[in-house]
Ligand binder design. Structure first.
Ligand code: BEZ
Ligand code: FE
Length: 260
């Protein structure tokens, strides 16, 4: 096999040196002993071997990266990408006079939801004909392509906003769900006496030329897990109301993207 040539990466050096500088004070304050260090290494080894490193990082670290980057910045607050995004979702075809229908089985179980959004930039200019990617869990709380019997791209799709920056999608109401608890991430939750639940949410990603890609989530008022989301992904601006209609629910939110 050919040896891979890996070049010096000054950013890696910079970040690692900062990490060591800050971890020294942390270690003094935490008074970590060598047995605890060994326990940590063994647990992290199990985490990696079980393939749970992305899950653990997305539950316990991603929110801090986003808060450090975006708190107090104008525009819609980003939220977690999470471990359940996959590339290659189908285009949701539009039919004149009908709402877009997020990819789903003919008999998809769940309460029908019409979700409306409008997308503009932080100066208030509507962002027409830009790409919106959407994904969510189903009525069993599962994401397609992950421990689910649904087709790979079920409840996943992309489409464009209309010329005024608006969109409306017919889907189902997502459910609150438990992150997996049968591995080292679950073991960690036990140590922390923390429940494994996330509030129900829609995942959305917006891409527009000249703007920062916005990856975020939409949550629903009244969800019992909003205040204690295990992954701390909830932001007040991302809350909407599920309105009761005769045979379906409706919800909406306005999104604001940051120019680059
Ligand atoms: C999610 O949004 O589905 C998610 C985010 C972080 C960790 C686990 C799940
Ligand atoms: Fe999710």
């Amino acid at each position: 096999m050919q040896k891979q040539i890996i070049q010096r990466n000054e950013r890696v050096e910079e970040v690692f040196h900062l990490f060591i500088k800050h971890i020294q004070n942390f270690l003094k304050e935490a008074k970590l002993n060598h047995e605890e260090y060994t326990n940590f290494v063994n647990w992290a080894d199990r985490l990696g071997k079980k393939g749970e490193l992305p899950l653990y990082a997305d539950v316990f670290l991603e929110t801090h990266v986003l808060r450090a980057m975006y708190t107090d910045k104008p525009g819609t607050q980003p939220s977690l990408l999470g471990p359940y995004f996959i590339e290659g979702s189908p285009l949701v075809e539009s039919r004149p006079g009908e709402p877009l229908v997020l990819t789903q089985r003919p008999d998809e179980a769940g309460e029908v939801l019409y979700f409306k959004g409008s997308v503009s930039n932080t100066d208030g200019m509507p962002l027409g004909n830009i790409r919106v990617e959407m994904w969510q869990n189903d009525n069993t709380g599962k994401y397609s392509a992950f421990d689910s019997d649904a087709p790979r791209y079920n409840l996943r799709g992309h489409f464009d906003t209309d010329e005024n920056g608006n969109f409306e999608v017919k889907t189902i109401v997502p459910l609150p769900y438990s992150i997996p608890t049968d591995g080292p991430t679950g073991e960690f939750l036990e140590y922390m006496d923390q429940h494994p639940m996330r509030p129900a949410h829609l995942h959305l990603m917006f891409e527009a030329e000249g703007h920062e890609t916005l990856i975020t989530q939409v949550f629903f008022e009244g969800d019992e897990w909003l205040e204690t989301d295990v992954a701390d992904g909830v932001r007040t601006e991302l809350l909407t109301t599920l309105e009761d209609k005769d045979d379906h629910k409706e919800a909406s939110l306005n999104f604001f993207m940051r120019p680059k």
